[in-house]
Design a protein around this ligand. Structure first.
Ligand SMILES: NC(=O)C1=CN([C@@H]2O[C@H](COP(=O)(O)OP(=O)(O)OC[C@H]3O[C@@H](n4cnc5c(N)ncnc54)[C@H](OP(=O)(O)O)[C@@H]3O)[C@@H](O)[C@H]2O)[C@H](O)CC1
Ligand SMILES: [K+]
Length: 502
């Protein structure tokens, strides 16, 4: 799903109004219907609903929602901020609401704030995508009052006070802390930034039928990967396939005391459908590899405890290097040589990245496509610290462009950043996956898909999606607290099944 900056949504909105065509007030009615449908499914009408409206169309949505809820028997109290001017659709909806309700109040000062009981439901329709500056004065006081109540808060489109993309960190502006956010048609990029978690605890998008031509024509580098975006054709298997049809992956991983990473990674590549996997390991890992991963061929380095060399690369279709590899100087010179000489696509993870971070310009010497899979700490070691997730994302974009690599920046909503500047935020995964070995499984999945012949971009995007989905399916059965990397690995099959059955 392509996603947009808030100012672009305004354009898509205007295009829809002009070309569907639909009157602006009717588009607002459609949005309010979507909000109403969600609200009615979730909350019984025995709870008091307090709707706070601002002067723009976000407030207009709130007024229209108030009317719809009143019509089916909810106990709704609507408050709107006094303002020098209101949007046209706000005014129309205020008139419509006044015909249906007498519980409408203008807020002129803090004395007009209602008392909020813990069982009340608050709807935040103060400011949406039209927020143009930090909120001050009366509206800021109202936000503090909302935030200090213990009531559940449903924000329309975006929690008021939050900008759709970049926000200051720490955020010293008043922002509504929403329990739910109902974003119209698209998620906001700000939802993917960890600093905003306290404002956006749970969000979902509600389709409002914006014009597909405008969505297609409006350029955006940002995407949100959902199930329907995954092209399962790429995973088709011919009836006449044999093991040679699905590539041969080389996993270069492990060192003394870190053979688990090598095993997880290679098993994950095998579970991702690669035809053959060779595990290249230091001597100490031979029996472990042969026992733990019987499906893989095991090749050993001349060294006992860490990797110092790599095998002939000719027969392999993709290489994964790094998991549990350690950072010995001999391993460092091995990876330098691998980067300079490999013509096979590479997945570089963990210690592979740590070693590169000591000499980042090595990336300029890559001969083959490369996918880097850093977690935020590894990313900072590679490219320097950032003061916010937004800044980190912009840095990832410029580094992916500079070095022509794919960067998979791991975390909630893992970002797959492409050399052309595109960013694909992932929708699967959960906090239970923040556990040792989870990254080794991911690099194995991506390497397996890459070796099967998927384009690096598809291997990265699908690999990240499948890994997150496996974690979600595993968490459904085991819960997030106990989830471990082996569980994720064991659910990769279910995740692929889920995808190919869709
Ligand atoms: N996505 C869609 O296609 C649809 C969205 N809808 C809803 O419309 C809002 C956006 O409405 P808009 O009127 O553009 O913007 P807002 O309601 O967010 O607010 C605009 C008014 O607020 C003033 N403003 C902005 N920032 C502040 C501030 N910090 N303090 C005080 N006042 C502020 C602004 O004044 P300016 O001086 O900046 O002009 C405006 O008066 C979207 O979020 C959806 O909820 C449609 O209903 C359906 C289609
Ligand atoms: K809002």
């Amino acid at each position: 799903m392509k996603i947009f900056r808030t100012e672009q949504v305004k354009y898509i909105d205007a295009y829809t109004i002009q070309n569907e065509p639909i009157a602006s007030i009717d588009l607002m009615e459609r949005a309010a219907h979507a909000l109403f449908g969600w609200f009615r499914n979730r909350f019984h009408n025995n709870r008091k609903v307090i709707i706070f409206c601002g002067p723009g169309n976000n407030g207009g949505d709130g007024l229209a929602l108030a009317r719809m809820l009143l019509n089916v028997g909810y106990n709704v109290h609507t408050y709107y901020l006094s303002s020098k001017s209101y949007s046209e659709d706000f005014n129309t909806n205020l008139v419509r609401l006044k015909e249906a309700s007498s519980s409408i109040y203008m807020i002129n000062s803090p004395k007009d704030f209602p008392k909020i009981e813990p069982d009340d439901i608050i709807v935040d329709a103060l400011f949406g995508s039209g927020l143009s500056r930090p909120i001050e004065g009366l509206a800021a006081d109202l936000i503090s009052s909302i935030n200090s109540s213990n009531a559940l808060v449903v924000a329309i489109d975006i929690p008021s006070g939050l900008f759709g993309e970049e926000n200051s960190v720490p955020n010293s502006n008043p922002v509504v802390r929403a329990s739910y956010c109902l974003s119209l048609q698209f998620p906001k990029i700000a939802f993917f930034m960890s600093e905003n978690e306290e404002y956006v605890k749970d969000w979902r998008t509600l389709p409002i039928g914006l014009h597909p031509d405008a969505i297609e024509q409006t350029p955006s580098p940002y995407f949100y990967t959902t199930l329907s975006d995954i092209s399962t054709n790429l995973l088709n298997q011919s009836k006449f396939a044999h093991k040679g049809s699905f590539g041969h992956v080389l996993i270069m991983a492990g060192s003394y005391s870190m053979m688990g990473a090598a095993c997880l990674c290679s098993k994950a590549s095998i579970r991702s459908g690669v035809g053959l996997a060779t595990l290249y390991i230091p001597k100490c890992g031979y029996e472990i590899a042969q026992t733990a991963v019987p499906e893989a061929l095991a090749l050993t380095d001349s060294n006992d405890t860490h990797l110092t060399n790599y095998p002939d690369l000719n027969k392999f279709s993709a290489i994964c290097v790094g998991p549990g590899m350690g950072q010995d100087t001999e391993t460092a010179s091995m990876i330098r040589s691998l980067i300079k000489n490999s013509t096979k696509p590479l997945v570089i993870d963990a210690d592979g990245l740590n070693l590169i971070s000591k000499n980042i310009d090595l990336l300029q010497e890559l001969k083959a496509p490369a996918i880097l899979t850093p977690h935020p700490g590894e990313f900072d070691r590679l490219f320097g610290k950032s003061s916010s997730s937004w800044e980190q994302l912009q840095k990832a974009i410029s580094m992916a462009q500079r070095y022509g690599v794919i960067i998979v920046l791991k975390g909630a909503y893992t970002r797959v950043v492409l050399p052309n500047g595109e960013v694909h935020f992932n929708s699967t995964g959960n906090s239970g996956m923040a556990t040792g070995g989870s990254g080794d499984v991911l690099s194995g999945v991506i390497a397996g898909l890459l070796a099967r012949g998927l384009e690096p971009k598809d291997a990265a995007i699908i690999g990240v999606f499948v890994h997150g989905l496996a974690g979600d399916l595993a968490a459904d059965d085991f819960g997030k607290v106990s989830l471990c990397a082996t569980d994720i690995l064991n659910y990769i099959c279910k995740a692929f099944q889920h995808l190919t059955k869709k």
